[in-house]
Design a protein around this ligand. Structure first.
Ligand SMILES: Cc1cc2nc3c(=O)[nH]c(=O)nc-3n(C[C@H](O)[C@H](O)[C@H](O)COP(=O)(O)O)c2cc1C
Length: 182
């Protein structure tokens, strides 16, 4: 049976390249993985005052969806050489209530995506810092800094063969990583 993997996309933009890459992953993932894009744009900014016995419904929905998955893939742009707030907020929501983090032990992968040449390196590594603390064993190789994404799709919106090859190498390595840790 395939393992259910949560995919978190760090851009809320309708025409987001990160979302496009997430959808490519859904198409090319090996049959051992089933990828589900989890909504994070509706999570109120984390605030302990609203995280009471009856938290916002979106907090509860999000925590349950992550808890039901056996791994997490983060696909994120870089904002000002760091992590977009929407991804950090989702991480914070999932990490609480204290002692009930939904992240612990879930195998993770990070793919940073940018039209620029550095491929979101800063965001990628800033995210790794939190995943260490959250005890998420995170795929190290191949490193996934996807630069030049605006030329990764042809005129029909299809991913180019070269880019698909790169993405396949990442998702296949992640599938092996998930198997190893299960
Ligand atoms: C607030 C903001 C800050 C940005 N900072 C960076 C950056 O530090 N590095 C980078 O490579 N691109 C940066 N960009 C450009 C994004 O990589 C680009 O807008 C990209 O398309 C965003 O991903 P998306 O297409 O999935 O929305 C920034 C964009 C915004 C809106």
């Amino acid at each position: 049976m395939s393992k259910k993997i949560a995919v978190l996309v760090g851009s809320l933009r309708k025409d987001s390249y990160n979302l496009k890459i997430a959808k490519v992953f859904q198409q090319i993932a090996p049959s051992s993985l089933s990828l589900h894009i989890i909504q994070i744009g509706d999570l109120p900014l984390y605030n302990e005052d609203i995280d009471t016995q009856t938290p916002p419904p979106s907090y509860t929905r999000f925590r349950q969806e992550i808890a039901n998955c056996q791994g997490v893939i983060f696909i994120t742009p870089e904002y000002n050489r760091g992590l977009p707030a929407v991804i950090k907020n989702a991480i914070d929501v999932g990490s609480r209530p204290y002692g009930q983090s939904v992240w612990s032990k879930k195998p993770a992968a990070i793919i940073s995506v940018s039209p620029g040449g550095i491929g979101g390196f800063g965001a990628n590594h800033q995210l790794r810092q939190s995943l260490v603390f959250l005890d998420m064993p995170t795929l190290q190789q191949p490193e996934a800094y996807f630069g030049g994404v605006s030329s990764a799709f042809d005129a029909n919106g299809n991913i180019t063969a070269k880019s698909q090859e790169f993405l396949s190498s990442i998702i296949n390595a992640y599938a092996t990583w998930v198997e190893k840790l299960s």
